[in-house]
Design a protein around this ligand. Structure first.
Ligand code: A2P
Length: 327
């Protein structure tokens, strides 16, 4: 396998709280607190996700998270909550340089001339002069009410070149993609171009129900970091996730909560994990992760990758596309 990406490493988990429940298990090793991207920047392995965090809730969640020790907030222009997130960041008093902020370029802004204004809008709302990471939110170039732009969708090189320019200008420190799954060919379409900066991450849906082992394997072989959104199964499946017998049993054995087991499993698989919560106690709980003993990790991995497939979030139909965005 050709190494398309390079430089991905992880560092030890010194910065995070250990665990609730107290009992440490034999064979316990620590999880990485950060991964190092090709730029040399260190991205924290656990973030607060703010997708579906409602107005008047998201700011408090961000403040709770920063107080609890989170240093990574994963947002997007389309979540329509960047101004409240930005105010919470400012009010928290945590220095800007200490927080990793991700945002995403929405589908309507893929044309090169639309990118800088869209980015500037996110920067202004977030109250920052730069993003740590800016992602192409979906592999789809489509303005509202218009057919999708076939050329730019099939080969987003012009979009990528503009993002590279934004990186050179210092408005973004790292650039990447999102929803470039389930197979790698979409990424390969992009990386076949003479890129100045390769995608630093790919953010996709990964959960117990949608474990994506092939994409994970491919990404590791190619040195590309995956970020897991909806890691608990999102609002619709979180209850089922936390009731999975293997999850419950591991939680009992280790004195952890089911959510902590699942979030730990994600990091142990080598992904960044983006649990969303606006409930203060859960925000705190979700940061307290630790390595599962190898046998228990394998047990959960096997359970996640051997059940029947579940449908994942796929907006192709609701966006009126005549193709599957994941094909
Ligand atoms: P809430 O935000 O009301 O606390 P995902 O991260 O997979 O998108 O899942 C988000 C859903 O999981 C939200 O409904 C969130 O609820 C819920 N959730 C987040 N953390 C926990 C937790 N530790 N225990 C139970 N539910 C949780």
């Amino acid at each position: 396998m050709v190494m398309l990406f390079s430089g991905l490493r992880h560092v030890s988990r010194a910065g995070l709280p250990r665990c609730v429940g107290g009992r440490m298990h034999r064979n316990m090793t620590s999880l990485p607190s950060h991964y190092t991207l090709p730029s040399g920047d260190k991205i924290p392995s656990v973030a607060l996700g703010v997708w579906q965090a409602k107005p008047n809730e998201v700011g408090q969640a961000v403040k709770t998270a920063l107080k609890a020790g989170y240093r990574h907030i994963d947002g997007a222009w389309i979540y329509r909550n960047e101004a409240e997130v930005g105010k919470a960041l400012k009010d928290s008093g945590v220095p800007r340089k200490d927080v990793w902020i991700t945002s995403k370029l929405w589908n309507t802004f893929h044309a090169p001339e639309d990118i800088e204004p869209a980015l500037d809008d996110s920067l202004a709302k977030l109250g920052t002069e730069y993003l740590d990471l800016y992602l192409i939110h979906w592999p789809l170039a489509k303005k509202d009410g218009k057919p999708y732009d076939k050329d730019l969708t099939q080969n987003p090189y012009p979009t990528w070149q503009k993002l590279e320019e934004m990186a050179e200008k210092g408005k973004v420190r790292n650039i990447g993609v999102s929803n470039y799954s389930s197979s790698a060919h979409r990424l390969e379409n992009l990386t076949a171009n003479p890129l100045k900066f390769k995608p630093a991450v790919n953010q996709v849906e990964i959960s117990y129900w949608v474990p994506q082992p092939e994409l994970l394997k491919w990404s590791k072989e190619n040195g590309l970091l995956l970020e897991a959104y909806s890691p608990l199964g999102s609002t619709g499946k979180v209850g089922d996730t936390l009731a999975v017998p293997e999850v419950v049993q591991i939680a009992q054995e280790l004195g952890m909560t089911p959510a902590q087991v699942v979030i730990s499993w994600h990091v142990q698989r080598g992904t960044v994990v983006l649990p969303k919560s606006v409930t203060p106690s859960r925000v705190v709980e979700n940061l307290q992760v630790r390595a599962l003993p190898p046998a228990l990790f394998e047990k959960l991995e096997k359970a996640a990758t051997s059940h029947k497939p579940y449908p994942r979030l796929n907006p192709s139909k609701s966006w009126g596309l005549d193709f599957d965005i994941f094909d």
